[in-house]
Design a protein around this ligand. Structure first.
Ligand code: NAD
Ligand code: DAU
Length: 352
């Protein structure tokens, strides 16, 4: 069994679904169900005995100790976090509480469990920490992409909290020998993406006839990766990554925000045309994000070279799939927008 934290969020739920579709091993899914946790994401595995859902906080040390003792996982895959940069600007406290303190509590509980395992299980155990390219700061136009040796320079409370958690994970390997793995990934997109983030927000607003807000001039660059490719990379790192190492994950898909929004509008024009005009007419330039990082780009050669991972989707194929998913899953979006998704009770899953 593996323990997954944050498995009801965007990437975590895609990971749990992908795991159960490709592996036989069970998943213990621990999630606090903040605004970003949505059990509807896991509806398709309801009744699958290999999925056990636990409604809990990674800051709850007693619960973590109980779960480790009871389920004896052979690995932890740690997604749970506050993930939205804009929220971190308006209220950083939850980011420190979960991303820094929560990761520390999880590391402590893992260490206590791990150090009492027999030698064989101790050696094969893995703690995989899912992190972000934002810890490296911002690139200028002609800078080379972030590699695993790029110095950390986080600029937002979100990225600073993730950088702190990365350093804690590094220290637990260096000091205690905990077999950790850290992945630093670029911007994900795909199904079950909460519509506060650029791509799902634009798809949702466009269809609702609302403004499509572009911060500043829209020239900022992000490096986009389809979420299923990220999940496959994490499985590969868990399987074959070297303890103590970090792996950058990215799709070599640098796009300006304006370009991303234009492409979404063009796809919607093709797949669900308006009675008149283009979705591009709804674009509105708004006040820029404070401290807005200019450009992120990932050099993914290490994971390609050492672990043989490569993304399957290009930005064009992945974005088309994503827009199609939102067109076919109105119920998911409307439950998120109305807040109804919060009425789902965890009791519908086998619970620990
Ligand atoms: P998300 O916000 O969609 O999901 C986070 C999940 O964690 C939610 O289900 C939430 O309920 C849960 N959670 C939050 N606080 C918790 C706590 N204290 N205890 C237990 N569960 C808690 O985030 P996401 O976009 O799926 O990101 C997942 C991870 O991947 C994060 O660590 C993030 O930093 C990292 N990451 C995200 C991206 C991206 O583009 N979204 C890219 C690279 C890395
Ligand atoms: O790079 C990885 C990171 O990508 C992850 O670590 C974060 O968890 C994830 O949220 C994401 O961060 P970003 O800030 O890059 O994503 P977001 O979707 O919020 O914004 C993408 C770009 O679009 C960014 O330059 C800000 C801009 N933007 C965003 C929103 C929500 C807009 O122009 N308008 C908007 O309304």
């Amino acid at each position: 069994m593996i323990l997954v934290t944050g498995g009801a969020g965007f990437i975590g739920s895609n990971f749990v679904l992908g795991w159960l579709a490709t592996q036989t091993e069970s998943v213990l899914n621990l999630d606090k169900l903040t605004y970003a946790g949505n059990l509807n994401n896991l509806a398709s595995i309801q009744g699958d005995q290999r999925h056990i859902f636990v409604h809990a906080d990674i800051n709850d040390s007693a619960k973590l100790d109980q779960l480790f003792a009871e389920h004896q996982p052979r690995a932890v895959v740690h997604f749970a976090a506050e993930s939205h940069v804009d929220r971190s600007i308006h209220g950083p406290s939850a980011f420190i509480e979960t991303n820094v303190n929560g990761t520390f509590k999880l590391l402590e509980a893992t260490r206590a469990y791990w150090q009492n395992l027999d030698e064989a299980r101790k050696a094969s155990f893995r703690f995989l920490h899912v992190s972000t390219d934002e810890v490296y700061g911002s690139l200028e136009k002609d800078d080379p992409p972030f590699s695993e040796t790029t110095p950390y320079a986080p600029n937002s409370p979100y990225s600073a909290s993730k950088a702190a958690s990365d350093h804690l994970v590094r220290a637990y390997h260096h000091t205690y020998g905990l077999p950790t793995l850290t992945t630093n990934c670029s911007n994900n997109y795909g199904p079950y993406h909460f519509p506060e983030k650029l791509i799902p927000l634009v798809i949702t607003n466009a269809r609702a006839g609302k403004d499509l807000p572009i911060y500043g001039d829209g020239s900022q660059v992000r490096d986009w990766l389809y979420v299923a490719d990220h999940c496959a990379a994490i499985r590969q790192v868990l399987e074959a990554g070297r303890p103590g190492e970090t792996y950058n994950i990215g799709g070599w898909n640098e796009k300006t925000n304006l370009n991303v929004v234009h492409t979404i509008c063009d796809l919607l024009d093709e797949l669900q045309a308006k009675s008149s005009g283009s979705y591009r007419d709804q674009i509105k330039h708004v006040k820029d994000r404070p401290g807005h990082d200019k450009r992120y780009a990932i050099d993914a050669r290490k994971i390609e070279r050492e672990l043989g991972w490569k993304p399957v989707e290009t930005f064009e194929t992945g974005l088309r799939k994503t827009v199609q998913w939102y067109l076919e899953n109105d119920a998911w979006t409307s439950q998120v927008l109305s807040g109804e998704y919060k009425n789902w009770v965890a009791l519908q899953y086998q619970q620990a």
